[in-house]
Design a protein around this ligand. Sequence first.
Ligand code: CA
Length: 219
Amino acid sequence: MRVLLVEDDDGVAQALLEVLSAHGHTPIRVARGSDALIAHRSADVVLLDLGLPDGDGMEVLRKLRQVADTPVVVLTARGDERSVVRGLRLGADDYLVKPVRLAELLARMDVVTRRAAARGSSADEVVRVSDVDIDVRARSVTVGGEPVSLTAKEFDLLAVLAARAGTAVSRQQLMDEVWGDAFVAVSRSLDVHMTQLRAKLGRPGLLTTIRGFGYRLEV
Ligand code: CA
């Protein structure tokens, strides 16, 4: 597969490039986050270092997730739990702490690309809940066959909930996925958008508030 390696350390990059090529992959290496945001388009999977010369890899990950679903495996020296959780919440598919065990890396790459392929095929579907149809690709919603006009953020919120319909989604996760962060101001914004979304959909039972946790789209 085509592998985008985002790594500023030449020694680490060279070793990884050799292993990837030896296992039949086609690696491309960039050393800067800004280059990664361009080069990801031609990659099947991204291996992302966090300590980059032009900024934090977490920021690269956040921006990447706004435009692409390409699977991302974060490779980093930061093994602390907070960094790991933040990376996963920002949409990393997996997280490996350096020094990376190469056989494990190759196995994880296979897992995340398989998972992404499965996700891609289900993303084509329209999520239907009673008489509400949510077309994730077309970004359109109908209630009882009538189109409902949502703002971009309202739709993003609904899409995140629809992707996990029937399961509870935390406020933190919604804020991370829709706004890219979880500041207090965003927390208020989430409530406002959820209220508007409920009013526009006009189906009171559809979006359940789970007190102290988040929301669930009922199926
Ligand atoms: Ca680095």
